[in-house]
Design a protein around this ligand. Sequence first.
Ligand code: FES
Ligand code: FES
Length: 169
Amino acid sequence: MNKKINFILNSELIEIEINPSTVLLDFIRSLKFTGTKEGCKEGDCGACTVLAGELIEDEVIYRSVNSCLIPVMNISGKHVVTIEGLNQENKELNPIQQAFVDCGASQCGFCTPGFIVSLTGHFLNKGKSNHNSVIDSMDGNICRCTGHNSIIRAAEIVSEKKKKKNSSM
Ligand code: FES
Ligand code: FES
């Protein structure tokens, strides 16, 4: 039986009646947000990663999730951010995307949105960021063609820039 569900997808309020067990990935892609990719559909590749933001004690806390494993029901009342939602204001590349370009960290591009969303989730988090935590934030993401070295380098560049910015504040 269908249920009413409300949530925010990027900057848009979604109010729908839907089978609550519909997979979030399928729903997102049906709205033409096809930057979120369908890879394994078993939680193993990270191609479908999105951010899910939840209001906790007056603050929205974002974490990266595999949208292929989540029923739409579970994101009711949350803010879901796809790769399309990361830089829609000015259309310019954000620092993570720019680092991927500079390091040649994207080849066919299939895995790239997932990596960038996972890293965004990490850098949005107020917890301490260091080399290991940056690498750990991508441990659910797999790249089948570029290899992980250039991706790690791109992530390190963003991490170093963020550290410099924080220390100058
Ligand atoms: Fe592979 Fe979701 S499609 S983890
Ligand atoms: Fe092709 Fe990663 S760039 S799978």
